[in-house]
Write a new protein. Sequence first.
Length: 195
Amino acid sequence: VRMKGQTSGALAFAEILKAANVRSVSGTGKSTGLLGDPNQKFSFHSYGAQFAEVTWQPEIARLRVSRVVTVIDAGRMVNPRAARNQIEGAVVMGVGMAMLEATEYDQRSGAPINASLADYIVAVNADCPAIDVTFLDYPDFNLNPLGARGVGEIGLAGIAAAITNAVHHATGIRVRNLPIRIEDLLVSPREKKLV
């Protein structure tokens, strides 16, 4: 922490608390938006809704994402094929996030154990579900004359949540950490009631 306008003479927050002889502080604050006009009449964001279907086979402890449906409102689709590829790629990234990807750390050194693609698991073609992408394709002429908005990573935003909700629906178990691990789903009926 340093005085406003100074570039040197910073003190660690812990030192300030110690000098004031207090263990902690709390407070409230308010900030105005830094980007754009806060009184803007229109929102120029793209929107999406994702739905997932999973198949859970408890007798062999196998969980698969069998289908994903995603609906995107990103204005006019100038290049629908490229936009569809972008969304499908984001869905596959979301499957990896929800089902496979986790960085593991060595407890003693704190270094990543699986720091290469030889050890880090990502979604591959065999992990990909059937993917249904629908674009609403309503031009947004308030943004630009083409009526197009960005697609970007909008297809990734809700996939992991949709998959975990589908897992809850299929198993009755609410998993709150990603990736979903089989051991999270292998609980006794008594424990299942407590979850």
